[in-house]
Design a binder for this molecule. Structure first.
Ligand code: PAF
Length: 280
């Protein structure tokens, strides 16, 4: 596997691949890779001749400096995992390489980027669009792979792809869960063993809510009440939304696809965990 740090080197390598008629899959990541990422990489490897995995902890999407500072950094282990998954290129640029000048572009795709994570983390999706659009320009992939764990992020990126006129496909990949049901996330490494056990309740309650036969409002109340009842967990928001536009729904008839998106603070640090469940 090639480990590339410079944009120009990435572009010339991909140019050579394209001249040979090879297709290119892109998997954008911020490193601290786990089995969830591995599933995206393996999917890309099975569908493309060349898989590029970017490893870049993008500062512009962090509105909280402390969150950026404590984000795990594990480049060597990441590269080992990517080799095992069969990726051909790891692209690990420096911040200066990506942002030689501050990126002043703004992206706005309401309501996808203004609700939920967009409301709680102002500027977050703008930063995501800045880095993801750059990665799209550098690689011009045939397919780009994103985990459905960050459900809202995919909705925003789809809007950006349509807006900027990119022609390749975005491939959403299912959430990979730990045995306990906890959605895999790089942030899980920051949880103690006890917090891990607590955090598993998030998906348990979400799944229980699928079996209720009641209104959107009652479902929402059920999830919030039952998660908040567990000491060490505190729901930041739980929104039941149209699965495409992410606009809130008030009845199960309001949209063709309906998803419940949740963010929960876990433990005393606390660690912020996100998850979602599909109702229809
Ligand atoms: O999902 C992530 O890890 C990041 O938001 C992404 C898409 C790699 C952009 O930095």
């Amino acid at each position: 596997m090639l480990v590339i740090h410079k944009i120009s080197e990435l572009q010339s390598q991909l140019q050579r691949e394209r001249e040979q008629g090879h297709t290119i899959g892109l998997v954008p990541t911020m490193g601290a890779l786990h089995d969830g990422h591995a599933s995206l990489v393996k999917r890309s490897v099975s569908e493309n001749d060349v898989t590029v995995v970017s490893i870049f902890l993008n500062p512009t999407q962090f509105n909280d400096k402390a969150d950026l500072e404590r984000y795990p950094r594990t480049l060597e282990a990441d590269c080992r995992l990517l080799e095992q998954c069969g990726a051909q290129i790891a692209f690990a640029p420096s911040v200066e390489e990506i942002y030689p000048e501050p990126d002043t572009r703004t992206f706005s795709y309401p309501p996808t980027d203004s609700v939920m994570e967009g409301a709680m983390r102002p500027g977050h999706f703008n930063g995501v669009c800045q880095i993801v659009s750059k990665l799209f320009y550098y690689t011009n992939p045939d397919r780009a792979y994103f985990g459905e764990k960050d459900y809202q992020q995919i909705a925003v990126i789809k809007r950006m792809v349509a807006d900027l006129g990119f022609k390749f496909s975005i491939v959403p990949c299912p959430v990979i869960r730990e045995e306990s049901g906890l959605a895999m996330s790089s942030r899980n490494t920051l949880l103690s063993a006890e917090e891990h056990t607590l955090a598993a309740n998030i998906y348990r309650v979400l799944k229980e809510s699928l079996t209720l036969d009641c209104s959107v409002q009652q479902t929402q109340d059920y999830v919030v009440r039952n998660i908040n009842a567990i000491e060490g967990l505190k729901v930041q928001y739980f929104s039941i939304v149209d699965g495409d536009t992410l606009a809130e729904v008030s009845s199960w008839q309001d949209a063709e696809s309906i998803v419940g998106c949740i963010t929960v603070f876990c433990g005393s640090k606390p660690i912020r965990l996100i998850d979602h469940i599909r109702y229809k």
